[in-house]
Design a binder for this molecule. Structure first.
Ligand code: ATR
Length: 287
């Protein structure tokens, strides 16, 4: 009788899940490294999320990613949380430990900073203030990564001030909060401007801010990646600022999970990026 090879299994839980690009990212790496494994999309409704998490060890999963709307619930449900996820207030990566318990972490802050370093290695976090637009889940990870990188002042701008206030209470560090009306004045003199709002996303209104008087060497980045060139980044490019699009954050945040589940640290390469871009344009054509 031939020996049965155990497949390594991981996935992504979300509701809905069809839009997730993570299966394409991990599938690319599994093939590239010739790993006997699978990474599957798991459509899990909020009502079934806890039961689905608890089933992971029974099903032989090494772990899972967690996406909208489960990231905050995952923080409360896993058996152990690392300090990064605790601080961000959300878990996006879960590891099943040998004893069947669940360990939760968050790789979004890592993904944001790795993407910046990858595209603009010469960018100096400490050279001036960073402006973060938005105070939702993604902003929490971005702000945490900027504080940890040594940014001297994070100017957090959000339409709803109470949400920005809640963010600074959990993240901590040199963060000041402002309403949307102050945004244009705050952008002047910035060393980095990050859009974490949904403005500029396909089907959403464009960003209404003006990118004027940034520091020399300043970078403008958007975590929106559909479209890749948002109106905000197009404006930045036309003003000759260095721009970084949002796709790289999605790719880089996947690295630590893959490494832990499948035992090989993968690379974010142009080939991966082109593969995912091909999938995005295919999805666009299919509606
Ligand atoms: P995510 O988890 O991806 O960050 P989210 O938590 O829904 O998504 O956050 C969306 C962000 O976009 C919020 O900062 C939101 O501002 P509010 O907190 O005031 O809702 C911001 N946003 C959405 N539409 C906006 C608009 N028309 N103008 C300004 N900000 C907007």
């Amino acid at each position: 009788m031939s020996e049965i090879q155990i497949q390594k299994l991981a996935g992504v839980m979300g509701w809905p899940i069809a839009h997730s690009l993570s299966p394409q990212v991990h599938g690319f790496w599994l093939k590239r490294h010739g790993i006997n494994g699978a990474y599957v999309p798991l459509a899990v409704s909020p009502g079934n999320f806890e039961k689905a998490l608890r089933a992971l060890p029974l099903l032989g999963f090494a772990g899972t990613n967690v996406t909208v709307p489960h990231k905050e619930a995952a923080l409360k449900l896993v058996d152990e949380v690392d300090p990064v996820a605790e601080r961000i207030g959300a878990v996006n990566t879960i590891l099943v430990k040998d004893d069947g318990s669940l360990f939760g972490t968050n790789t979004d802050a890592y993904g944001f900073m790795e993407n910046l370093k990858d595209h603009v290695p010469e960018w100096q976090p400490e050279a001036g203030p960073s402006v973060v637009l938005g105070a939702g889940g993604a902003a929490r990870a971005v702000v945490a990564s900027l504080v940890d990188a040594g940014v001297p002042e994070v100017r957090l701008v959000n339409r709803t001030l109470s949400r920005a206030q809640a963010l600074i209470e959990t993240i901590g560090g040199p963060i000041s909060i402002y309403g949307w009306d102050d945004a244009n004045a705050l952008i002047a003199g910035a060393n980095l401007v990050v859009n974490t709002t949904t403005l500029g996303m396909k089907g959403q209104p464009p960003m209404d801010l003006v990118l004027n008087n940034l520091l020399s060497g300043a970078v403008v980045t958007d975590i929106v990646y559909a479209p890749l060139l948002t109106p905000f980044l197009a404006q930045a490019k036309s003003c000759h600022f260095t721009t970084v699009d949002g796709l790289g954050m999605l790719l880089h945040q996947a690295v630590p999970g893959f490494a832990r589940w499948f035992g090989t640290t993968p690379q974010v390469t142009d080939a991966l990026r082109n593969h995912v871009l091909g999938v995005i344009s295919g999805k666009d054509q299919n509606g």
